[in-house]
Design a protein around this ligand. Structure first.
Ligand SMILES: NC(=O)c1ccc[n+]([C@@H]2O[C@H](COP(=O)([O-])OP(=O)(O)OC[C@H]3O[C@@H](n4cnc5c(N)ncnc54)[C@H](OP(=O)(O)O)[C@@H]3O)[C@@H](O)[C@H]2O)c1
Length: 311
């Protein structure tokens, strides 16, 4: 028998993008565990998807407790604490999570911390792999004060990169310095290159300015457009610019294989004190619509996490 649950659904409205609804609990596939969600995070990409949800149930990043193990015997048992990355349906009391895309949590990693890891953390890991070794290399990252940016800065600095971070204000960029950024500048045009690697996710005027600071044979990885402003490039500027430069497509989901191994890496780094998720907002999930608006309007630094229970 199915038990009902509360879940956030997309409204398609800009002012109140989600609303609580009564839904049936999910029916897990044989390779899925049923998880009671304790906390979830919200990401900018999800705010974009909410504008045109087309039946999408929101929620990709969850942390919680397994209430029913997967029928095929894979993954953790009932009662284990886990973190998972889902295609959707995570902003709910219960979620079905594919066991290949979840990992168990050590008792000392809180649900709020774990929930901030999946999408932003996996993206950061895979971006840095796409960039190749950054040890001793100069790296520029735009949109650095967001969820992905904080992870990239800490991981790249620990790997020996000299990293310049772009953030609108010194206050929004303060933690990036502490995590190892050599410089924090207000826009890409103010960054003093040349850079071996540029990680660009703002769009508009940011991408051409960042591209112009690339070193010969450097790589710009284009992974987002937070400003929603399309990019205009002039071939002749590019032609006269860095010799042999590469402009590269990136989507975190393109890498083969499930998310579990990368989640395990992230949890392990947190557990050993080598990764410090920057969580700029923690709120009860009744306030999710407000948090989504604040994220969109650049009023949150790092990740935003919503909680479903007193944790
Ligand atoms: N390709 C992929 O696989 C992939 C995966 C994950 C995310 N993404 C994309 O990567 C970007 C970063 O993701 P995120 O989750 O870290 O986002 P986020 O937390 O919202 O951070 C984005 C940052 O961009 C900066 N920004 C600069 N100009 C902006 C503008 N006009 N409007 C909004 N933000 C602006 C903001 O920093 P300041 O206010 O400090 O300047 C903001 O903190 C997003 O565009 C997202 O869609 C792509």
């Amino acid at each position: 028998m199915l038990i009902g649950m509360k879940a956030l659904i997309a409204t398609g409205r800009a002012d109140e993008p989600v609303a609580l609804a009564d839904l049936d609990e999910p029916v897990p596939q044989p390779d899925q565990a049923l998880v009671r969600v304790a906390a979830f995070s919200v990401n900018r990409g999800e705010t974009f998807k909410l504008e045109n949800p087309q039946g999408w149930l929101p929620g990709k990043d969850i942390a919680g407790t397994v209430v029913r193990a997967a029928a095929d015997g894979s993954g953790p048992s009932a009662g284990e604490r886990v973190v998972a990355h889902l295609p959707g349906g995570g902003w709910a009391e219960l979620a079905a999570a594919t066991t290949a895309d979840l990992v168990a949590l050590p008792p000392y990693v809180p649900f709020t911390t774990a929930a901030a890891l999946p999408l932003a953390g996996i993206t950061a890991l895979r971006l840095l792999r796409a960039a190749g070794s950054v040890t001793g290399r100069r790296v520029l990252i735009t949109g650095a004060s967001g969820g992905v940016g904080h992870y990239v800065v800490e991981l790249a600095a620990a790997a020996g990169a000299e990293i310049t971070a772009v953030s609108a204000t010194p206050e929004r960029g303060r933690r990036l310095r502490e995590l190892g950024a050599a410089a924090v500048v207000p826009d890409a045009a103010a960054a003093s290159g040349p850079f071996d690697v540029v990680l660009e996710s703002v769009g508009g005027r940011s991408l051409p300015a960042a591209l112009a600071r690339l070193a010969p044979h450097g790589t710009l990885i284009w992974f987002g457009q937070a400003s929603r402003e399309p990019v205009t490039l002039d071939f002749f500027d590019f032609f006269a610019g860095p010799e042999g430069a590469t402009l590269r497509h990136f989507h975190y989901a393109d890498a083969p294989g499930p998310y579990g191994p990368d989640l395990a890496t992230l949890v392990g780094l947190v557990a050993s004190g080598r990764l410090h998720p920057e969580i700029g907002r923690v709120a009860d999930w009744a306030g999710t619509a407000r948090v989504l608006t604040d994220l969109r309007e650049r009023r949150i630094v790092g990740n935003a996490v919503l909680t479903l229970e007193n944790i």
